[in-house]
Design a binder for this molecule. Structure first.
Ligand code: ZN
Ligand code: ZN
Length: 296
């Protein structure tokens, strides 16, 4: 797994690769614009996009992903909000294309009391509209699984699969697995068996090949609490075992895994150190996780 963190784009997006490298990232996640407003923003200057791409290479960042503006709600039952969300999401896809980033990770949305089926349908329709209108042929929207707070959708794998199946462009959709959200949503991934069982369920619903990114967060909330509260790796209710399974899983060798907590340079450095200490140098364990398990 390419390990990294969500880094700031303050001042200039072109500086993000350097910021990431400074705390030890080989993968970075960024916002493609200030995440505080939904209103239209100035287009990204092409020279900034070019500088960003050059800096990725210069600072040894092997994977970059975008997290969309979290005010976007493609599931909103209110038409004006839905329209604003679609416009903003289409812009996210277009900025990703310019930056040479393939994955745009997004929270599927919240149905705001109008029910699951209606919300899931609106997400699929919104995604289709955005993918069809955006000038972003190489970009892959990745649904992030959620903790299931409030009327938030996407906390079960079945809901994510429903959105993908309802889309006319399912071949272009991916998934981001957030470890905190997975656990808070009720999937017990603390043991090897629980982890493997979760991945089997991902494969049976969304499809394992769609998993394009991970958010590596421990959880302040307990199993099934539906609390979206991140914690330092190993300091929360999940503990370190899950992260050891992930960083050594050959299936995710070239998949980015980004910390989102605590958001400070020092905290990221510490958590990346914790993660790297879990990487085993035993080549057989890396290549053949199943055989290693049987031997125990
Ligand atoms: Zn996340
Ligand atoms: Zn979260």
């Amino acid at each position: 797994m390419y390990l990294g963190a969500h880094v700031s784009i303050a001042e200039s997006i072109a500086l993000a690769p350097e910021r990431g490298a400074a705390v030890g990232c080989e993968a970075i996640q960024i916002f493609s614009r200030s995440p505080r407003m939904l209103r239209r923003t100035k287009p990204l200057p092409p020279e900034d996009a070019e500088a960003f791409r050059a800096n990725l290479a210069a600072h040894g960042i092997r994977a970059a992903v975008i997290h969309d503006n979290y005010l976007i709600n493609l599931a909103s039952p209110k038409a004006p909000m839905r329209r604003m969300s679609r416009d903003a999401f289409r812009e996210e896809l277009e900025r990703a294309q310019l930056l040479g980033i393939r994955e745009v990770i997004f929270h599927p949305g919240a149905h705001m009391g109008k029910g699951e089926p209606a919300g899931l349908r609106r997400i699929a329709e919104g995604l289709d509209a955005c993918m069809e209108r955006a000038d972003a042929p190489d970009v892959m929207p990745c649904l992030e699984n959620t903790a299931g707070q409030g009327t938030t959708l996407g906390h079960t794998l079945e809901q994510l699969a429903d959105v993908i199946e309802a889309s006319s462009h399912a071949d272009r959709l991916g998934m981001c697995v957030d470890t905190c959200h997975t656990f808070a949503a009720g999937y017990d991934i603390r043991t090897r068996d629980g982890y493997e069982d979760f991945l089997r369920r991902v494969d049976a619903t969304v499809g394992l090949r769609r998993v394009r990114a991970f958010h590596l967060n421990d959880s302040k909330g307990d199993l099934g609490s539906h609390l979206d509260r991140h914690e330092d790796i190993g300091k929360g209710r999940i503990g370190t075992d899950l992260f050891a399974f992930l960083v050594n899983d050959a299936r995710f060798r070239v998949v980015p895994g980004c910390l989102e907590y605590p958001g400070t340079d020092g905290g990221y450095r510490k958590n990346l150190k914790t993660l790297r200490a879990l990487v085993t140098t035993d080549a057989t364990a890396k290549v053949r996780p199943k055989r290693a398990r049987r031997g125990r």
